[in-house]
Design a protein. Structure first.
Length: 221
């Protein structure tokens, strides 16, 4: 797939204004997948299904379940592909989350050592894994998740940091350091092992700018 350069400053301004309108009008909060609310944009969900089809991971680790809509979406795409499962965790347990044989729900903090151990034990060494981070959006928490779960991501696969658009990128300028700042800190530490997959932003509106990280293959020697 051909790489896509950044939009011009004029085009970026238009995209940012539409982004703010799209966010504050709140339509994305009412999106449903097969009757289940999924708090994502259709633009990002389209990219997710492309990644699943192209990479065909054995397991997707999702930090932040909410009502289970995104896990249900991922599992539905996996049904079409015929491969994959989802391990999703949240500090809350909700009874009305969708049931699906490909989804495993866990309750607890994504950074709790016991939870981390449980997830690691659930992923076999021969499985190809990707990660989606969508829990607490404070910088330090997201950075800890990046450091913790990055090692589980297989070479060539993705770790997606959601909601990097907050703290003025371009929405919620008063939020304080969040996922975007966590990505910047993580890449300063581990940038030789990861690259930002800017092609995943080619639909222009994404809630995860600079948040699609792809693990580089290990260098020989």
């Amino acid at each position: 797939m051909a790489s896509v350069g950044p939009p011009t400053p004029e085009a970026r301004e238009i995209v940012d204004r539409f982004h703010e309108l799209f966010y504050w009008e709140g339509g994305w909060r009412q999106n449903h997948w097969l009757g289940v609310r999924v708090l994502k944009t259709p633009f990002d969900l389209w990219i997710y299904q492309e990644i699943l089809f192209q990479q065909q991971p054995d397991v997707v680790i999702e930090c932040g379940t909410a009502r289970g809509g995104s896990a249900y979406f991922l599992a539905s795409i996996m049904d079409l592909i015929g491969k994959g499962r989802v391990i999703t965790m949240d500090i809350r347990s909700l009874e009305d989350r969708p049931s699906h044989e490909r989804i495993t729900y866990l309750t607890g903090s994504s950074t709790d050592p016991g939870m981390v151990a449980k997830v690691r034990d659930a992923v076999r060494t021969d499985e190809q894994a990707m990660v989606i981070l969508d829990s607490d959006h404070n910088r330090d928490h997201v950075l800890e998740e990046l450091r913790t779960y990055g090692s589980l991501v297989s070479e060539g696969h993705y770790m997606i940091v959601e909601d990097t658009n907050i703290n003025g990128h371009p929405i919620l300028p008063d939020h304080g350091p969040g996922p975007m700042e966590a990505v910047e800190a993580f890449l300063a530490e581990e940038g030789d092992r990861w690259r930002i997959a800017r092609r995943c932003e080619r639909l222009l509106l994404t809630f995860n700018p600079r948040g699609y990280l792809r693990r580089r293959p290990a260098q020989p020697g």
